[in-house]
Design a protein around this ligand. Structure first.
Ligand SMILES: Nc1nc2c(ncn2[C@@H]2O[C@H](COP(=O)(O)OP(=O)(O)OP(=O)(O)O)[C@@H](O)[C@H]2O)c(=O)[nH]1
Ligand SMILES: [Mg+2]
Length: 137
């Protein structure tokens, strides 16, 4: 297999509350990707701030931190060929109203504030985020 990558995926509190963790996992598995690591976590504010550091100073930063710490999150390392791009394709566009039907955000969300999933946006970002969320790996 060429270009095997790992990427960090979160099912955010809205996805956990909607009981669609299994649905989300199933979509990655059906694509041919593999779950390398997985855990349920109540996110400490410090971890949330490090994770979203690139958005610090933006108008929606405080809402982002409040939301991601509002309930349990399912954190996963997903592995496979071209995993970074493949997972973002399955997740769909950031704004669920622009995400195509058939993508997770297109199928299960209506607002950019609560868009079910997170995924790393590049291999370098994935390495940083996996280090933050899975320091034990
Ligand atoms: N309210 C609001 N939220 C935003 C906006 N842009 C991004 N967000 C939120 O911030 C999160 C992170 O933004 P980005 O990293 O730019 O988007 P992304 O990479 O598609 O989404 P993630 O996989 O969650 O990182 C998004 O998932 C949104 O929930 C915005 O303009 N307004
Ligand atoms: Mg992002």
């Amino acid at each position: 297999m060429a270009n095997v990558e790992k990427t960090l995926v979160l099912v955010k509190p809205d996805g956990v509350k909607k009981h669609i963790c299994g649905e989300v996992i199933s979509r990655f598995e059906r694509k041919g990707l593999h779950i390398h690591a997985i855990k349920m976590i109540q996110v400490p504010v410090e971890l949330a701030k490090k994770h979203y550091a690139e958005h610090e100073g933006k108008g929606f930063f405080n809402d982002l931190i409040s939301f991601i710490t509002s309930g349990p999150v399912l954190a996963m390392v997903i592995e496979g060929e071209n995993a970074v791009a493949a997972v973002r394709q399955i997740n769909g566009a950031t704004n669920p109203l622009e995400a195509v039907p058939g993508s997770i955000r297109g199928d299960f969300a209506t607002s950019i504030d609560e868009n079910i999933v997170h995924a790393s946006d590049a291999p370098e970002t994935a390495a940083r985020e996996i280090g933050l969320w899975f320091p034990e790996l």
